[in-house]
Design a protein around this ligand. Structure first.
Ligand code: F0G
Length: 487
């Protein structure tokens, strides 16, 4: 039986429609507030979508982290959880699952992805050292720089172009990697990090062929290779559907092959495994021993690592379900459907459409907003006002200021509309496309934001901003003119 079984259902009408291979058996009521209220609500939240209360959010597209729909098997497994401080059966089931999944001998539990990054940074990054990665993630960079390290990125030029037809924009540029290693000196490179489904550049995958090359290079140079598998599910889908050599391989074979290229693999179980947790898996005993003692120090005893046992059970089942093509295809095919609707309405999005969510290109959407007035943040606020849709700023706001206080302008200004697995319906995606289409036609009305309260680190989480001028009032008036119900 092929892994792609059932997914190629073709409509008689010829239309391509992502067909759900699941049904909803538990639902949550959501509310769409009036546009005037939405303007007040986003201002009460400091124009920061992270600070919006869920009760005022219609479609929560902030993230796919910890909010994917769980399967009935995951809920059932939660009932079997064995609660104990040490030696819980739940732990052994999770450990066995991760061992079988990646084929590595060792496993350390941690409460989420960034907790793994904390442990990795403490164990491997000495002050003045460098981590080279295809592209950084916010929390990864935060932990590496906190211990005195720095991060270099080695993706190809194409990765930072929002319009492209490169199927693997997350790939390393091998020549650039080599140049960075040479300039840094092998001894000063803590490790090389591959991020699956490269988050900040639009959920763009890295190919199996490229990972193989990076791995061979690292082995030749004696460099440790660390894999952030948080977004493995999406990346796996793209390898399976875009990379010829993968067409005839099972998902299990592919995961084992990817893992065999790495030394250490860590993941956010909020993404991989559709629960709430995380973990680090490794093949060498010395790596295990180097990190082991940090788990009871920062996370919890070795057999729970700060996680609830119920989440650990759900995560184990969720990890195994990653080998079901329907599970991993759900987000990418919805992203594709939403993205194509947006493209039809001329809304600029990152292409190729990736995993994780649809990424609206604020740089092209609102080029009139200067980068120091945070175009992506402003657009995220405008999208909330326009449709009660909560996206996430992924641009200059998500960067940290340079030590001298100047802004570090992000090479990309994006608003991410995440598509958590199995959560939304197609009509809801149509609503998103409709409202964004309207906003695009009225884009000249969107203005900038300025900080009123700016935290020193990871400012995008808790920072508060206000609009420059009265653009939001004018946006609401235009909306009411075209949509008199205010919804
Ligand atoms: N690595 C990647 C690639 C991630 O996308 C994330 C989280 C982490 C590490 C950290 O994991 O949240 O469990 O601590 N990404 C979330 C997001 C926050 O919304 O994209 P965590």
């Amino acid at each position: 039986m092929s892994d792609l079984q059932n997914n190629n259902v073709v409509f008689f009408s010829g239309e391509t429609t992502p067909l759900e291979m699941h049904k909803a058996r538990m639902v949550q009521r959501i509310y769409l507030r009036d546009v005037e209220k939405r303007r007040e609500i986003i201002n009460a939240a400091g124009n920061n979508t992270f600070l919006l209360p869920n009760r005022d959010v219609f479609l929560d597209m902030l993230t796919d982290s910890g909010v994917n729909a769980m399967s009935e098997a995951q809920y059932a497994a939660m009932m079997l959880a064995d609660d104990s401080y040490a030696g819980s059966e739940t732990y052994y089931r999770l450990e066995k699952t991760v061992q079988d999944f990646f084929g590595f001998k060792y496993f350390l539990p941690a409460h989420q992805g960034r907790a793994c990054e904390n442990i990795l940074a403490i164990a491997y990054v000495k002050p003045g050292q460098t981590v080279i990665t295809n592209y950084h993630f916010t929390t990864t960079k935060g932990h590496i720089t906190r211990v005195g390290g720095q991060v270099l990125e080695a993706v190809g030029e194409e990765a930072l172009k929002t319009v492209s037809d490169n199927p693997f924009k997350g790939n390393f540029d091998l020549a650039l990697l080599d140049q960075q290693v040479t300039e840094t000196g092998v001894d000063n490179v803590s490790f090389v990090r591959i991020e699956a489904g490269t988050n900040l550049i639009g959920g763009q995958p890295i190919s199996l062929a490229n990972m193989r090359e990076v791995s061979a290079y690292c082995r030749k140079k004696g460099l440790k290779l660390v894999y952030d598998a948080s977004l493995l599910a999406d990346n796996l889908y793209f390898i399976k559907t875009r990379e010829k050599e993968a067409f005839d391989k099972s998902l299990k074979e592919l995961v084992l092959e990817i893992a065999s290229l790495m030394d250490i693999i860590y993941f956010s179980g909020r993404k991989l495994g559709c629960a709430r947790g995380g973990g680090i898996s490794m093949t060498h005993e010395e790596d295990y021993l180097r990190m082991r003692d940090l788990v009871p120090m920062f996370e919890g005893f070795l057999t729970y690592g700060g996680m609830s046992v119920r989440e650990m059970e759900a995560m184990a089942v969720g990890i195994r379900e990653t080998l079901d093509f329907h599970v991993i295809s759900q987000t990418p095919i919805f992203v594709e459907a939403l993205g194509q609707e947006l493209i039809k309405k001329n809304v600029p999005v990152v292409t190729p459409l990736g995993g994780l969510g649809c990424h609206v290109d604020a740089g092209r959407f609102a080029p009139h907003i200067p980068q120091d007035q945070y175009p992506s943040g402003a657009l995220a606020a405008a999208i909330y006002i326009t449709g009660g849709i909560r996206g996430m700023e992924r641009g200059t706001l998500s960067e940290q200021r340079a030590p001298d206080g100047s802004e570090r302008f992000s090479p990309m200004e994006l608003v991410r509309l995440a598509v958590p697995k199995r959560v939304f319906t197609l009509s809801q995606m149509k609503f998103v496309a409709d409202r964004l289409g309207w906003l695009y036609e009225n884009r000249d009305l969107v203005g900038g934001l300025v900080f009123v309260d700016e935290p020193k680190t990871l400012r995008f989480f808790l920072g508060r901003l206000k609009p420059v001028g009265d653009w939001q009032e004018r946006l609401v008036a235009a909306f009411k003119r075209d949509m008199p119900s205010g919804l």
